[in-house]
Design a binder for this molecule. Structure first.
Ligand code: SF4
Ligand code: SF4
Length: 461
């Protein structure tokens, strides 16, 4: 074996090897910043190993080195083609409009509140006797943020409580009187103003849709307005998302997840209340829909406003952060220009074969099957009873599904390149999932809390 004089193919191989080295070391460094130690070492090792055959074949000359050069170049060309050529293996996804509306009284948050109201419980279980046994079993659990729950943490649960306490003070401010003097605007201009200002206030993405009946619950299921019938009383809806912190979400189902959920319910609630009040100041009715005080089903509104698709875990999957968001909505009659979202089949297709949330769900509440026809629309539906049963045992809102989802990775160059490949090609999507499993693990570890959250409680003497 001898060092050969380099030709053009050798230089191309060296360039590819150097590119792969830089790419994977860059990914390793980014992963370190993301506190993904396992991913970082996997990227680093790959960055050392992957370029090696390219360099060896380029700088040495042995019997069949030319054949290996051609094989390596062919693999590289095929990989590039897989990334850039748009291929959609399955195109027939139903994107139909829901026929049936959801009754908020059937949601687990609403049913959970029945334990504090004998009269409502009696009425509800008379009409829904099938739900009584499962609810009674769940009500025996310690409960959300309970001192007796398995993941109880006095500091983190108190932090979450403080956010929920603050949200409660916003509930009476979701609606109000509008200014008697109506200001007129060009709908395009005011729509752009609302989108930009909402982002400035902290939103990640903002969209507008016409409000439809199927966006609204049929009946209120919580608080003072229990049993109130809901009609779509406004013409438009502004939906927006706020990001949930990556590190906090990765800790699900430990205490940080409920702390983060509460924080982002509050952040989105503040922005929604501000936005609704702003619109009323302009002389138009507007109502904010925030945690514990909804008349609309936020993911359905957000989907029609172009903010994402509904994935396997039943949550909105945004292009930027996947399901790692909270949503709030403002409905209004202020004339706005609705968005015209194009259906993105790549998300639904990815969910069809991914199933990482289902595999990692501690209560096995997420379906492994294909989408099913429910309420006139093809969708996945989680088992809300078994999911809530788990929540009320561990004391948090879990979020394990959200934390392991490949779409939840941070919004940076590395992950955005992968996201654009997934959008473009079904074949690349499968490679991306394989890579995600190898680099981050099929069952990623639950992240430990940051040092500043580890407080030791002093026992009083
Ligand atoms: S984990 Fe996979 S299957 Fe589940 S929502 Fe995310 S992409 Fe879809
Ligand atoms: S929140 Fe937890 S229990 Fe509920 S579906 Fe997601 S992973 Fe399963």
């Amino acid at each position: 074996m001898a060092i050969a004089g380099l030709n053009i193919i050798d230089y191309v191989l060296i360039a590819i090897g150097a590119f792969l080295f830089v790419l994977f070391v860059y990914a390793a460094i980014i992963s370190l910043f993301e506190k993904e130690k396992k991913a970082s070492s996997n990227f680093f090792i790959t960055g050392l190993l992957l370029p090696t055959p390219f360099l060896i074949v380029a700088v040495t000359d042995f019997g069949f080195s030319k054949v290996i050069s051609i094989v390596l170049l062919t693999i590289v060309i095929i990989t590039i083609l897989i990334f850039i050529i748009p291929v959609r293996l399955r195109t027939k996804y139903m994107n139909s409009i829901p026929e049936a509306r959801i009754d908020e009284r059937d949601t687990m948050f609403s049913r959970n509140e029945l334990k504090n109201n004998e009269k409502r419980a009696k009425e509800y279980y008379t009409n829904n006797p099938d739900k009584k046994p499962v609810d009674e079993k769940i009500m025996e659990n310690p409960g959300l943020m309970s001192i007796k729950s398995s993941n109880y943490d006095p500091v983190l649960f108190s932090s979450a409580h403080a956010s929920f306490f603050t949200i409660a003070s916003l509930k009476s401010k979701v609606d109000g009187h509008q200014n008697s003097e109506k200001k007129e605007f060009d709908p395009e201009q005011i729509t752009q103003y609302i989108k930009k200002w909402t982002k400035k206030l902290g939103a990640l993405s903002v969209g507008v849709t016409e409000l439809h009946d199927y966006h609204c619950y049929t009946y209120r299921g919580r608080g003072d307005y229990y049993n109130d019938k809901i009609e779509a009383k406004h013409k438009y809806a502004v939906a927006f998302t706020v990001e949930m912190n990556y590190d906090m979400v990765k800790s699900g189902p430990m205490g940080q997840i409920v702390m983060e959920s509460a924080q982002q319910y509050l952040s989105s609630g503040v922005v929604a209340v501000q936005l609704a009040e702003f619109i009323r100041q302009l002389g138009y009715p507007a109502r904010a829909h925030i945690d514990g005080n909804y008349e609309v089903v936020c993911p359905l509104v957000a989907k029609d406003a172009g903010l994402g698709e509904i994935g396997r875990m039943g949550l909105l999957m945004t292009p930027e952060y996947g399901p790692r968001v909270r949503i709030a909505v403002v409905t209004t009659d202020l004339p706005l220009i609705p968005d015209k979202p194009a259906f993105d089949p790549s998300v639904i297709e990815f969910c069809t074969f991914c199933k990482k949330c289902a595999v990692n769900c501690p209560s096995q509440s997420i379906s492994y099957n294909d989408q099913e026809q429910t309420g006139g629309v093809a969708r996945w539906q989680i088992d809300q009873e078994s999911c809530f049963d788990f929540w009320t045992k561990c004391g948090t809102d879990c979020g394990r599904c959200m934390s392991v989802c490949p779409y939840s990775h941070p919004n940076n160059f590395l992950h955005n390149v992968v996201r654009s490949g997934i959008r473009n090609s079904s074949i690349f999507s499968r490679l991306a999932l394989l890579l995600d499993d190898v680099i981050y693990g099929k069952k990623p570890k639950v992240a430990k809390p940051a040092g500043w959250m580890n407080l030791t409680e002093k026992k009083s003497s």
